[in-house]
Design a protein around this ligand. Structure first.
Ligand code: URP
Ligand code: ZN
Ligand code: ZN
Length: 470
């Protein structure tokens, strides 16, 4: 099967040009002007549209046992929603709890995804305990191509690691050349503040943010950075939400700590007033770190535009309002944390980043695709429109106008945190390794096409960033 995408503006992290893209089988085989289409080739006219590399979401939870319940998406619904929104690869945090066996957890997560994901996927290996057996399994999984770890400095007793475990995880990561992603909040401060607020009778969702204030995250970020520094490992701060945490991360980077920074769409666009909505509506907006005061958004956008923040992910964690978020009525510490976003990330970042003049097209591509590929050992197979790359392609229509609604979304969850929010564009065609998966907002692909991506250690791609700008 061959595919010719004609006359679109190809946008990579370091270049833009109007040209044709020819795909043979699963791979981009030619890029140029006025390419011939042999008989049998499907031709897609991309005139007036952008041709982007498939977008990569490096932080999602599809299957997540958490806070006494499970996220609602399956790999079928989550991957199709991702594709409708232009995301062709996701990296899921597989996270068994502290008392579960890590290898059994990995087998469970891969079995759930296998044959059920419509797009390609990989896993960050959640390290929720560290002992000799864990270390042996981690070595095995890295050899299998799962070349990133994930730790939580929060959620102690469930996912959270001790400082000794953090040190050993980073030491192993340094030895193996893999990156450690971290949720950075000081868990003891969270626990103390939660108890104090509840004792004062403050149990509504609006008290979630005061229980995890900006300083708690800044402290967690500085703490993680210190451990990364003293082990010489590569760190990746997930869902950084506020200026004090950004300052902590930047201070570490200035002294040479190898730290990459991720932000997520909810922190860029929503603020804590959403979690203060009356009638328990605010529960829809409870995530950790929490939605912040709006003054934090400009520093995040500026750092993103400057390339100081590396990636924009979602932290997709879909819990229904009915029956799940409701578990925390009267006690915000029992509201399952998370805001579903896997479907909307690209359109929201395009609209409120590129279309509103905050981000160049190239930075948009870098932050939503290329940088994640580089940091997590997928580049140049993913994250770039280039000869030899996988033909994961998004033909994007910047003239489309619409609004987000739970009524029409593909995500398997009963609300949208972005209900009614307008978008200035959407993918008109999305391909997964050369096969069309989405046309004009509808999934039309093979529900089981996705493959588990085995990745290189990021250290194998040290030079990759220099190969492309942005
Ligand atoms: O609120 C969030 N972030 N839920 C998902 C779990 C996590 O912390 O990433
Ligand atoms: Zn987290
Ligand atoms: Zn997460």
């Amino acid at each position: 099967m061959s595919l010719l995408i004609r006359n679109g503006e190809i946008v990579n992290a370091g270049s833009r040009m109007v040209a044709d893209v020819y795909v043979e089988g699963e791979t981009i085989s030619r890029i140029g002007k006025d390419l011939e289409a042999p008989p049998g080739t499907e031709v897609i006219d991309a005139t007036g549209k952008y041709v982007f590399p498939g977008f990569i979401d490096p932080h999602v939870h599809i299957h997540l046992p958490f806070m006494g319940t499970f996220t609602k998406d399956t790999h079928t619904t989550g991957s199709q929603a991702a594709l409708v929104g232009g995301t062709t690869t996701y990296i899921e945090m597989m996270a068994p709890s502290r008392n579960e066996d890590l290898m059994a957890g990995y087998r469970n997560w891969t079995a759930l995804a296998e044959g059920n994901s419509a797009c390609d996927y990989s896993f960050h290996i959640g390290v929720t305990r560290y002992d000799d057996q864990t270390e042996a399994v981690l070595r095995e999984l890295v050899a299998e191509g799962m070349t990133s770890f994930k730790v939580f400095l929060a959620y102690k007793g469930f996912f959270g690691v001790t400082d000794a475990e953090l040190f050993r995880t980073l030491t192993l990561a340094k030895e193996l050349g893999v990156t450690v992603a971290a949720h950075c909040e000081n868990d003891e401060l969270v626990a103390q503040l939660q108890q104090r607020l509840l004792a004062e009778g403050k149990g509504g969702p609006e008290w979630h943010e005061p229980s995890r204030p900006e300083r708690v995250e800044a402290d967690g970020t500085a703490h993680f950075a210190t451990f990364v520094e003293l082990t010489g490992a590569k760190g990746y701060v997930v869902h950084l939400s506020c200026e004090p945490a950004l300052e902590a991360a930047l201070a570490a980077k200035r002294r040479g700590v190898d730290l990459a920074i991720e932000v997520v769409v909810p922190h860029l666009l929503l603020d804590k007033s959403y979690a203060e909505r009356p009638g328990f509506e605010g529960a829809k907006y409870v995530m950790s770190p929490p939605l912040r005061d709006r003054r934090n958004q400009a520093p995040l956008w500026n750092a993103l535009a400057a390339g100081v923040i590396d990636t924009v992910a979602t932290d997709h964690a879909p819990f229904d309002f009915k029956g799940q978020k409701e578990m925390g009525r009267g006690d915000f510490t029992k509201i399952p944390n998370g805001i579903p976003t896997i479907e909307d990330r690209v359109n929201l970042l395009y609209t409120y980043g590129v279309s509103r003049g905050r981000l160049s097209l190239e930075r948009f591509v870098s932050a939503a695709s290329t940088r994640a590929a580089q940091l997590f050992g997928l580049y140049p197979r993913k994250g770039v429109i280039a000869v030899g790359a996988d033909a994961d392609i998004v033909v994007y229509d910047p003239h489309y106008r619409g609004a987000i609604s739970a009524e029409t979304q593909a995500m398997n969850v009963d609300y949208s945190g972005f209900e009614g929010v307008e978008i200035d564009g959407r993918p008109s065609v999305v391909t997964v390794r050369g096969q069309v998966a989405v046309r004009d907002g509808e999934f039309v692909g093979d529900p089981g096409r996705g493959r588990l991506l085995r990745r290189e250690p990021a250290s194998a791609h040290e030079g990759a960033r220099e190969a492309v700008a942005g």
